[in-house]
Design a protein. Structure first.
Length: 108
């Protein structure tokens, strides 16, 4: 079985595997290293053993490589009050960072 980890970042939880490309909100581009480390690991699976944290697994981390910044799909908010000539339309695109998972580091 392929090892995986469940991480928490910017209010969401993601299941990641090595060499997987993910889009994460709220991660800024690093200056020089192009390396992003997530230390809030909720669960880790390697082989047949699964380790679940309370709430996080101590010593576990996920190392990612920063690829690029991009923007997510447009979310439209529309308000309407019928027969009152009231219409408001707003759009929003979130800023995402594209990352490639390099390795999952386990506690010793």
């Amino acid at each position: 079985m392929e090892p995986y980890a469940i991480i928490q970042t910017s209010g969401s939880q993601l299941r990641v595997e090595p060499n997987q490309v993910i889009a994460v909100e709220g991660v800024k581009a690093p200056d020089a290293a192009k390396k992003v480390v997530f230390d809030k690991v909720l669960a880790v699976q390697k082989g047949n053993s699964v380790e679940v944290g309370t709430p996080f697994v101590k010593g576990a981390s996920v190392v990612c490589e920063f690829l690029q910044e991009l923007r997510g799909p447009k979310t439209i908010s529309f308000k309407l009050k019928r027969r009152k000539n009231y219409r408001r339309k707003k759009g929003y695109r979130s800023k995402l960072s594209e990352l490639r998972v390099k390795e999952i580091q386990l506690p010793d």
